[in-house]
Design a protein around this ligand. Structure first.
Ligand SMILES: [Zn+2]
Ligand SMILES: [Zn+2]
Length: 350
């Protein structure tokens, strides 16, 4: 099978604390097209022929060495949509030709206190798709049937792809934020995840303020079209204090800005596996006093994926996607790094 693989980490030079790295160009094209053997489904697994895979910022973390893949070469990608082509023994949930999605959670142990308590996202044995196991930048993947999800009919393959990470993790972040109907939500960074999360927050009747690198541009235009009540730059003061905020950016500064703009008793959720620089120093009175909280969101559970896919169908979420061919993955990643993707980038695989 054809796949785009990462053979070595492209380490980025860090020139001191607080250095913004996201707009540095890649030193070379990080992924290479290769021919790999087609996976054979083990007992309990389904073999999926992939038709679309979303491009996520986490791939940049892998390529640039902030998240180390245990084994190279690696097929990245964890927003996978395709059809079941073959079944391993003992598969009961799916049949051949079923359309399925695969998300960031590839497997977990199933027996530890986290797995048993509904926090399989925190399992020590958590394995991530496209990091600990080969992912979706290729023609095929084999996965345990319990870690694949039926895709609601409302979505095309490429629309469904970003729902599987950007959507699901945004949904988990919204849940962890404690956002309630009618409250005010701040969103920092307006990429793939945020543009889906805003549609959920608006559905819940919330007021949404969107902050991004620049005060105007295509991210802001999209935010306004999707119902943002105000848009501004990262350091701007919003018209009202924020009951909750979600930081979707890869950098540290927005965390401090969000804490400053928070209402008393509010909570900031940081949705990033790694930050490319440090969170600047916090001043206790301004950023944390009055019971302000700061919490990260780590990975997703299968329940998040199932709940979110059905909510997305109910709301009629319309992911904004830019489609590319698998072979264009390097170009898409460079565009993502420069903030040039509108909504979510998706690779179409044939
Ligand atoms: Zn992702
Ligand atoms: Zn576990």
């Amino acid at each position: 099978m054809k796949a785009m693989v990462l053979k070595e980490i492209c380490e980025i030079e860090v020139k001191g604390l607080g250095q913004r790295q996201f707009d540095l160009p890649f030193k070379k094209e990080p992924l290479e097209i290769v021919e790999l053997p087609k996976p054979v489904p083990e007992p309990g697994q389904v073999l999926v022929r992939i038709s679309a895979c979303g491009v996520c910022h986490t791939e940049l973390d892998e390529i640039e060495g902030r998240l180390s893949p245990p084994v190279l070469p690696l097929v990245p990608g964890h927003e996978i949509v395709g059809r079941v082509e073959a079944l391993g023994s003992n598969v009961t949930r799916f049949r051949k030709r079923d359309r399925v999605g695969i998300a960031w959670i590839y497997s977990s142990c199933g027996v530890c206190k986290f797995c048993l308590g509904g926090f399989e996202n925190l399992c020590d044995e958590f394995r991530a798709t496209g990091l600990d196991a080969n992912g979706g930048y290729g023609q095929y993947i084999a996965v345990n049937e319990n870690f694949a999800y039926p895709i609601p009919e409302n979505f095309t393959d490429s629309q469904a792809a970003p729902l599987l990470c950007a959507g699901v993790i945004g949904y988990r972040a919204l849940r962890l934020s404690g956002l309630e109907q009618g409250q005010t939500l701040g969103i920092y960074g307006f990429g793939a995840s945020a543009h889906i999360a805003i549609q959920v927050a608006k559905y819940w009747g919330c007021k949404v303020f969107v902050f991004s690198r620049k005060a105007s541009g295509h991210h802001q235009d999209l935010a306004i079209r999707l119902g943002a009540d105000w848009v501004g730059a990262t350091k701007d003061i919003p018209p009202e204090r924020l009951d909750c905020a979600i930081d979707f950016t890869p950098i540290g500064e927005p965390v401090r800005q969000a804490l400053r703009n928070l209402e008393k008793g509010g909570r900031v959720i940081v949705n990033a596996i790694r930050k490319s620089d440090f969170i600047p120093e916090l001043e206790y009175t301004e950023h944390l006093w009055h019971e302000k909280e700061l919490k990260s969101v780590a990975n997703v559970t299968r329940q998040d994926a199932r709940e979110f896919l059905s909510l997305a169908a109910e709301i009629g979420i319309a992911p904004e996607v830019q489609e590319f061919r698998l072979e264009q993955a390097n170009q898409v990643l460079a565009m993502l790094k420069q903030g040039k993707i509108r909504g979510a980038g998706v690779l179409l695989i044939s």
